[in-house]
Structure formats: structure tokens, C-alpha cells
Design a protein around this ligand. Structure first.
Ligand SMILES: [Zn+2]
Length: 719
């Protein structure tokens, strides 16, 4: 009853606002109401908002909360030497006027520690289709304050404020890796931050949903600048969300924030994913993907020489690696630790190692592997400089991220307990000298005959702020420029050789413009058994970008049956890794390495599992499944991932995902359990053709149960 009264009041306010608005077009009578086909947005005299989905069971923030923004200032005039920081939040009443499609809110001053600072905030909230768009311009008229951070908008207590879902936390979908889904507040925890671009924020959107629909919260920033989404527990059942930018807006300068889009929608999270997909497609300039990368079944990652000098494969052993790859249906070798320093040492110097055979042997070995129809990728790190190198000594300041006091940002990657770690300095992705070095490495890889170069970690690490003013970036935050770095290398290399590719580790959405094939890293790339409670949710990225090509991430020298099945279900390519001498023993001898043989390794494979998985069984199953994917390549290698659009799977413990080609829909079913399982599938309007399985010749009877740890592909012709 209380709820109903509440709803009548706001409906009345809405009517009043609309009537007033019609009569006085530019009048600042509040509340002002904006309307989409799904929701209304009211703005009161203090500039606070109330978002009212037409269906109150759809999540929305609580009404007229504050603050809607928080600004962080730093004393000083030079953005590279910011001083003491202070924070101010929305206070007082802005001037409110109606503008085309929405409303403008202007704060003439920012009040900070009882002082009015001459900083104008010019905010616009407008309607475009079903979007409420939040734009802002900061005009810094001070003489001695830098606008360092700008957090806007801030939406509090997002939950369903009516209907049956009331008092339950909405489900949160986050762009962490391939995606995470939190169905309870307990699973989510108190607070999470998602700094884009990084493995924790691979896309610029997230959503809160109930069974009725959802709230889409996104930055539609084509420049893909560094920014941080934050979600925290709300006071009620739901969540707070905010978006923080890093303007570094100097005195006398004005700065436009990229548009934040807030949108109520009906139906599942897929509607939000489609919305983001359409926005990205409207501007992202995607370079063509070579056929070989599109059709790749997966790779064998091999460290030739380890950080401690363990030499496991010399250049003449590439034939042996190719044998191992072929036996597993893999078509690509990813060569790590291939240069003189070994893995994770001496970066960014990558000199073909005389002790491994020298450059000519490497070139000839790569050529032999490629003549067999396999592909070779050479490693280089995209952001690490070994502080022990002459490169660091001579070019360090030209290339490294410097903190506010000129100090480097140190990272450590130690592979063995018994050896000391190299100290790596972080490279600035905007620094011209760094880009030149990475470009030279791409040219070297091409000269050596490789099919591509992998710049490690550029889809993994978070944005940095570099305070070295001589790198050419306009602000410390603008040093985050990996997309441009990749583009400046990938495009000329593509011109030189359209089959040469640039890869990276992890995946960030906009990197797809120039990277046709990703080495998976982060949430959803590693094996898990899908369930309602599991938080990894690879569907999120895969559905948003239905044709991304990436490997799963399995740091073992083998795949179990389910690791192979998992890759197929999400359309990921296979990966196995040979990193330690124990892995080499597993792959090349009939002996199984003992746990003691990995005792000195800091990130060993799953040694317990390795004891149990017979090498030849693993390789035989991988080869069969890889062949199966090639046979049904229009769906399983070149198809678009559609999750379960128009597809209905009735099953207890079978996972089903669908792919579409131009003419067909393929539903892949995976039984991850150790018992036979049944499943019933229907496809809206489709004409059923047949079912196939990797271990069966010809079609299989769709009515029989699916065997333990097995997959089956059901194919329909499209209506
Ligand atoms: Zn820099």
C-alpha cells in the first residue's frame, strides 16, 4: 500500500513536470522529466536525479540521492607536478535550464573547504533513444588548481524499488576478464573497482539485473581513456556505482568528459550486451583477420629457455615441438624465452641466442615448421624493462613510467624459489622510444620468418599514470595509450605482410581493432565448471563480441577432456604450456614428473592432475576434438557465439551454448559430469539436421544420453 502511494506521487510529479515543461520550454521549473520508452528521469532543483523504470521491478538507483559527483583537485599549475589534493562534492543548487533533448546543470563554482573555487561544471543530461546520456565539461578558471579526478555520475542504492524483486540484490555483471556474474551480495563482497583498460575491465560497461530487466551503465568513450568503475554495497539490498575519470585539467583549460550512458531495459543482460556491441561497431575500425588466425585450433606455448638458464629446447628442436603440436591438433607454436636472456630476463633485448643455435638456425627452423602448415609466434613483453639491461641504463628515462618523484614503477616476476628475481621497470606505452623498440622487435620477428609477435601483458595490466613530461603525453593519465601503441605497430606490419599478426595476453575490447588473436588471461579463460553459483561468466564478453579469437588459459602441458570441452563451449582455442623441465619430461618421455621435480617452481602446472592424466590419452582427445572443430569450422571456428538466443536447452547438468553461421545454428552440448546425461534442445523456427560428436563417425542418435566428459554438436538449418 505504501508502495502504491509512493508511485502515485511520482506519477503526479511527472505529469506536472511534463505539463509545465510544455508551457515554458526553457524554464527551470523542477522537477524536470526526461522520458525514454522504458523509463523516466526526474531532475530536482538541486540537480539530483530519480530514475523511474516503467516496470518498477527493473533495478534503478534510489530517488534524489547525493552527491551525484565528486571532484578531486590538486594544488599547482603543472599537471606533471600536482601538489596537495583536496576533494569536493556536489553542493548547493546548479542553474538548471532545458536544452534540446534534455537539461543543462551549471555549477559556477566548486566549493572546497569553505572556499569557492573558480571551476565551472557544465553538466548535460539528455535522451537519445532509450539512453539517458550524462555529459560534462569542466572549465578550470583557477590559477593554481588542477582537476585531477572527476567522478560522475554516482548512482546510489541500485535495486528494484517495486515489484516482486524488491529487497533482493540485483544480479551484477562485470567486465572482469571475459566476465563475472555475482548473484548475491555475499558473493560480490563490499566493494570492487574495475580500472579500464585492464584484465579487470575489458569493456566499458556493466549491468545490474532482475528477472524483469536491467540497468545498463557504460562509458561510450571512443578514445578508450583510462577510467575506473566502482561498485559498492548500497545501504539497502542493492549497490552503488560510479565512474571516475582522470582529466588532469590544468588552470585555464577546459575538459570534456566522455559520455556516460545509463539505460533501463527489459529482458536479460543480452540486451545490454547488444547495446554495447552496436555502439562499438559504430566506430571501432577493425583490421582484417588473416584466415589462418580465424581458423586456428590453438597453440602450444613453449618456453625454450627459462629465467634461470634451463635450456629446454634449442632452435633445432622446433621440429620436435611441431610434432607435439600436430599430435594434439594444435596449429601454432608460441615461443617464449626464445632469446638470449631466456624467459622474463634481459627485456627488451631479444637477441637470437648463439647457445640455442643462433639466428640462421632459428630462421631455418621456423621455415621448416611453417612448411608443415603450422604457425610460429615470437614473444616480446609489451611493458617490462629489465633494470639489469643496458637499455634501462641508457634509455630508462626515455621509456619508463615515472612516478611523481621521477622514480620507476618496479614489478617482479620470479619463476624459481632458488634464484633471485629480476627487477623490472614498467614501460610507458606512450613513450616514442618504447614504441620504436617494440616496432623493431616486430620487424625482427618478421625477418626471422615468424607469423607474428606477442606483446605480453598489454591486455592484462592496468592503466598507469606517468609523470615524465618529456614522453609527449599531454597528462600523466594520457600515458595510458596502449591502443595507439598497438595500432602504430600492427598497421604497418599488416601493410608489409597481411598474414603477420600482433597478439597480446589478455583481451581488451578495443584491442580487437588491431589484434586478431589473443592469448587468454584472466577471469573466464581458465577452466571452471559452469553453475548457477560460479562467478566466472565468459558469456558476457563472448556474446558482446561473438567472433573474438582467443585461447583458453591452461598452464599445464596437457588438457583433460573437460579442459578441451570447456574451450569448445565458449569458442576458445586450445592451449597447453611447456614451461619447466618437468613439463618437457611429461611431453617427451614415458615418465611422469614427480611433485618434487616442480618443488623449485613458483607457478608450476597442476602437478596433482598431471600425475593422473595420461599424456597419450590427452593428446588423442585433443586431436579428435580439434579435427571435429575443423570439420564443423563454419560453426565452431568461424561461427558467431550467440549464447542461447532462440535456443532452449532442457537438462540437469549439461551445459549448452550456440554458434551461428550464415545458414545454420549449432548447439554445442557439454556433459562435464562423470555420468551419462540427457538433454533436450529446441531451436526457434529451425529445421533440425543432425547431431555429431568428436568420437563418432557420422551422425549420432540425438535421443541417446551424452557420455561423461563429452560434447555433442546439434545442427539446425536457420529458418
Ligand atoms: Zn610517460
Amino acid at each position: 500500500m505504501i508502495q502504491h502511494t509512493h508511485r502515485w506521487i511520482w506519477l503526479w510529479m511527472l505529469c506536472l513536470a511534463v505539463i509545465v515543461g510544455l508551457n515554458h520550454e526553457a524554464a527551470a521549473v523542477t522537477p524536470i522529466a526526461l522520458k525514454t520508452s522504458q523509463a523516466s528521469l526526474l531532475i530536482d532543483e538541486q540537480g539530483r536525479i530519480a530514475l523511474k523504470p516503467d516496470d518498477a521491478a527493473i533495478p534503478s538507483p534510489a530517488d534524489f540521492q547525493s552527491p551525484l559527483w565528486v571532484i578531486t583537485l590538486a594544488e599547482g599549475a603543472d599537471v606533471f607536478t600536482p601538489g596537495r589534493a583536496v576533494t569536493a562534492r556536489a553542493e548547493g543548487k546548479p542553474q538548471i535550464t532545458k536544452v534540446d533533448g534534455g537539461v543543462r546543470l551549471v555549477y559556477d563554482k566548486v566549493r572546497c573547504n569553505q572556499t569557492d573555487l573558480d571551476i565551472q561544471l557544465d553538466l548535460k543530461i539528455t535522451v537519445a533513444g532509450d539512453e539517458f546520456r550524462f555529459d560534462s565539461t569542466i572549465v578550470n578558471k583557477t590559477r593554481n588548481w588542477i582537476v585531477r579526478y572527476w567522478k560522475y555520475p554516482i548512482l546510489l542504492d541500485i535495486e528494484a524499488h517495486g515489484g516482486r524483486a524488491e529487497s533482493e540484490a540485483p544480479v551484477v555483471y562485470c567486465p572482469d576478464g571475459l566476465g563475472r556474474r555475482y548473484t548475491t551480495r555475499q558473493a560480490f563482497g563490499p566493494r570492487r573497482e574495475f580500472a579500464y583498460p585492464s584484465r579487470l575491465a575489458t569493456m566499458q560497461w556493466l549491468t545490474f539485473t532482475t528477472p524483469a530487466g536491467g540497468l545498463y551503465f557504460a562509458s561510450h568513450d571512443e578514445k578508450c581513456a583510462a577510467k575506473t568503475f566502482a561498485i559498492a554495497e548500497g545501504r539497502g539490498a542493492g549497490y552503488d556505482v560510479s565512474l571516475m575519470h582522470r582529466p588532469y585539467c590544468a588552470p585555464g583549460v577546459s575538459w570534456d568528459a566522455p559520455t556516460t550512458v545509463v539505460m533501463s531495459y527489459r529482458g536479460s543482460w543480452h540486451a545490454a550486451a547488444q547495446h554495447y556491441r552496436q555502439w562499438v561497431a559504430s566506430w571501432l575500425d577493425v583490421m582484417g583477420r588473416p584466415q589462418w588466425a580465424q581458423n586456428s585450433t590453438g597453440w602450444l606455448l613453449a618456453i625454450l629457455k627459462q629465467q634461470n638458464g634451463d635450456l629446454m629446447w634449442d632452435y633445432s628442436a622446433l621440429d620436435r615441438l611441431a610434432d607435439l603440436a600436430e599430435a594434439r591438433g594444435l596449429d601454432t607454436l608460441g615461443l617464449f624465452g626464445w632469446a638470449h636472456g631466456g624467459h622474463d630476463r634481459e627485456y627488451p633485448d631479444y637477441i637470437p641466442d648463439p647457445s640455442m643455435g643462433g639466428p640462421q638456425t632459428l630462421r631455418e627452423s621456423i621455415a621448416r615448421v611453417r612448411r608443415r602448415g603450422l604457425h610460429v609466434i615470437l614473444y616480446a613483453n609489451g611493458q617490462l624493462i629489465d633494470s639489469a639491461t643496458e637499455f634501462y641504463r641508457l634509455q630508462g628515462t626515455q621509456t619508463m613510467v615515472a612516478d611523481r618523484y621521477g622514480k620507476p614503477l618496479i614489478q617482479m616476476y620470479n619463476k624459481f624459489k632458488s634464484t633471485s628475481t629480476p627487477l623490472f621497470v614498467t614501460a610507458c606505452t606512450a613513450a616514442p622510444a618504447w614504441r620504436q623498440r617494440l616496432m623493431k622487435l616486430a620487424q625482427q620477428a618478421h625477418d626471422l620468418g615468424a607469423d607474428g609477435i606477442l606483446y605480453d601483458q598489454l591486455g592484462v595490466v592496468g592503466p598507469k599514470e606517468c609523470f615524465e613530461s618529456r614522453h609527449g603525453h599531454s597528462t600523466p593519465a594520457a600515458s595510458e595509450d596502449r591502443f595507439d601503441l598497438i595500432r602504430q605497430i600492427a598497421r604497418p606490419m599488416h601493410q608489409l605482410d597481411p598474414n603477420f599478426i600482433v597478439m597480446t595476453e589478455g583481451v581488451v575490447d578495443a584491442e580487437q581493432a588491431d589484434i586478431p588473436y589473443f592469448h587468454g588471461c584472466g577471469t573466464g579463460f581458465g577452466y571452471f565448471t559452469p553453475s548457477a553459483a560460479a562467478t566466472p561468466f565468459p558469456e558476457l564478453f563472448r556474446y558482446t563480441f561473438p567472433q573474438v579469437v582467443a585461447t583458453e588459459r591452461i598452464p599445464n602441458p596437457f588438457l583433460t577432456r573437460n579442459y578441451a570441452n570447456f574451450a569448445c563451449i565458449y569458442g576458445l582455442r586450445f592451449e597447453i604450456e611447456s614451461r619447466y623441465t618437468g613439463d618437457v619430461k611429461y611431453l617427451t618421455s614415458d615418465q611422469v614428473p614427480t611433485p618434487a621435480e616442480y618443488a623449485d617452481c613458483n607457478s608450476p602446472p597442476d602437478v596433482q592432475l598431471l600425475q593422473k592424466v595420461p599424456r597419450d590419452e590427452s593428446s588423442a582427445y585433443m586431436r579428435r576434438v580439434a579435427e571435429f572443430r575443423r570439420t564443423h569450422g563454419d560453426l565452431l571456428l568461424r561461427g558467431r557465439f550467440i549464447d542461447l538466443d532462440g535456443v532452449h536447452v532442457e537438462a540437469e547438468q549439461v551445459v549448452g551454448k550456440a554458434f551461428e553461421s550464415d545458414t545454420q545454428i549449432g548447439v554445442l552440448l557439454w556433459n562435464p559430469t562423470d555420468q551419462n546425461q540427457s538433454a533436450k534442445v529446441t531451436v526457434d523456427g529451425g529445421r533440425y539436421i543432425a547431431a555429431f560428436a568428436p568420437e563418432a563417425e557420422g551422425p549420432v542418435d540425438v535421443h541417446t544420453p551424452i557420455a561423461a566428459e563429452s560434447i555433442r554438436l546439434l545442427i539446425w538449418n536457420k529458418p
